[in-house]
Design a protein around this ligand. Structure first.
Ligand code: GLU
Length: 305
């Protein structure tokens, strides 16, 4: 049966934007606190060649932790299984910036999608790229086939000034010899990576290859199929901080959220969908984004389960 995606997305948009409790915009990065929490957008791209957008789907926002998936993809193309010597692949069951486990587990982060893990991935990229920030940005631009994508330097700087926990994590990693480069260099890269701005539409395009066995939509950029399989597994088990179980339970898709309010999720061979609503729930995931995606997979009956 043909699914009327346009109708379904319009209905979800109508219903979800009417919800009063929109969550709370992240304020620990002061620059993010300025965002209006009434923004809401969804963009869907199906692998049979159709795309649909509702609301603010074309407006760029801070992708924050969603960038961790793209950094992992680039790092995996250099060092592949060696990454596992420095970062594990288990859900942490703890908030994204928690440090206790890192100390107990001798400086090996639980997974590459919590902050300490992403900081190790940033270190790997710095060691392997000639011009790390520029080369990573170009990698993202290539995946999305869009050269207008850029860092937001105000957001990167805002996080640098207030990123005490990330400095603590990086220092802890360094003390366990799990950083090759200096703490300042690694965090400068990490804050820039998180500050990249993209719209829902640009994100669905950039993540297309995760649903399409490593092949991009329009250009030649591609990743090894087994890396894609592994990264999708990591997104499913670790993509939503300590709410990964809840997201799998309610939505049933691999995905990744960021404190800018974005969520990207995908069904291999079928579609990529991105939502953006800046208000977060208590676990740091977009409140309305979670609701919209739960409705989407319930109404379409399209999930991995
Ligand atoms: N740059 C943010 C931080 O390190 C990313 C957090 C997130 O989106 O989960 O705190």
């Amino acid at each position: 049966m043909r699914i009327d995606f346009e109708h379904i997305l319009n209905k979800i948009h109508q219903k979800v934007t009417a919800i009063d409790d929109k969550g709370t915009v992240a304020s620990y990065i002061p620059e993010l606190a300025k965002i209006n929490k009434h923004h809401f957008g969804i963009h869907l791209r199906t692998l049979d060649g159709n795309e649909y957008g509702v609301g603010d789907f074309d407006k760029p926002f801070s992708i924050q932790s969603i960038s961790k998936v793209l950094a992992l993809a680039q790092a995996a193309s250099f060092v592949s299984n060696d990454i596992l010597k420095r970062v594990d692949v288990e859900p942490s069951g703890h908030p994204f910036n928690q440090l206790a486990l890192l100390e107990i587990e001798n400086g090996i982060p639980r997974n590459p999608l919590i902050n300490s893990g992403a900081i190790v991935i940033a270190d790997i990229l710095i060691s392997n790229l000639k011009n790390p920030k520029e080369d990573f940005l170009n990698f993202v631009r290539d995946l999305a086939d869009d050269d207008s994508i850029n860092f937001n330097l105000d957001v990167a700087n805002s996080e640098k000034i207030t990123g005490f926990k990330n400095y603590a994590a990086a220092n802890l990693l360094k003390s366990f010899n799990n950083l090759e480069n200096s703490v300042d260099e690694v965090l400068d890269f990490y804050f820039h990576q998180c500050s990249i701005e993209m719209s829902c539409k640009q994100l669905t395009k950039a993540f297309y290859l995760f649903a399409n066995k490593g092949h991009c939509l329009l250009n030649k950029a591609r990743l090894n199929e087994s890396i894609i399989k592994r990264i999708n597994a990591i997104m499913l088990t670790c993509g939503f901080y300590d709410e990964a179980g809840e997201f799998a339970f309610e939505v049933g898709l691999p995905g990744k959220s960021g404190v800018g309010g974005g969520i990207v999720a995908l069904l291999p061979d079928k579609f990529v969908i991105t939502t953006w609503s800046p208000g977060l729930n208590k676990k740091g995931n977009s409140q309305l984004g979670m609701t919209a995606l739960e409705q989407f997979t319930s109404k379409t009956k399209l999930s991995i389960f």
